[in-house]
Design a binder for this molecule. Sequence first.
Ligand SMILES: [Zn+2]
Length: 280
Amino acid sequence: MNESRFVLTNEICTTQHYSNDKDRYRGNIVCLECEAKAWFIKGYDTDKMSRKACFAAHHKEGCEASTVGLEADDVLDGNGETTDSPSTDIYINLDNSKEHSLYVSEDNSKFDDEPSEWTKGSKCALGNSSGYPLKKSLRQLLTNLCRNPEYKDQDREIKIVAENGRIVLEGQLKEKVVHLTEINQSHTSNVWVFWGPINNLYKRKNGELWLNFGNSHEPSVVLDRGLDTAVINNFKIKDVGELDGSEILVIGPVGFRGNQAIIKPAFTKYMTFRRHRVKE
Ligand SMILES: [Zn+2]
């Protein structure tokens, strides 16, 4: 799209307007047709092509305003994992993800030699007689949440552990997973799995990286100075700007600054992303 709507005044926001005053428009622009939240994509040149700046959005079904095709980074590699039977429970060890690319929560070979409870087969703290707990990464959980709207409401247990089996979170998936749009004050106690799209991303002068669902009244994931470098390294991206328009999953407590929900993960292993690339 070359134009979006600035929701605070209903003005049309062109790519030129946006470039001239990013702080005004960031997080407050939507698709003219379907009203889905939009984000800005810089123009760029490669050897083969020259792309003009534009806006992208996760358009609602039937909307034809889109001028760029987006493709989730799990479409090509077939790691959708949408075939879990509804009763399968989930076990995630944050320190034991060995997969590549964005599937990795954090490379950490330190724990590779340490068998988890499941491989020892000594305990079955989770699950029922029919469902065998599936070892998953945060990324696989995020993929399932994004690709299957019913996944979250299916009857399954989730257990997330970190170093040496310390339990980070445990319970019914449907009670532990909270979409960014559903966060409220009741979530300030306890630890939750938060997830949703990031439509607005920027770095503050103090070095904090803000990954925002929308405008300054809507939930944000805030990374302290330095953690953005860890994100670039661990998720193997070149620039944090590549995360604009991606879905995020982050484990943690949430706090409020005024009306705004703020989630501040201490380590990148508590979070993951599902990126959407612009199709060439
Ligand atoms: Zn649209």
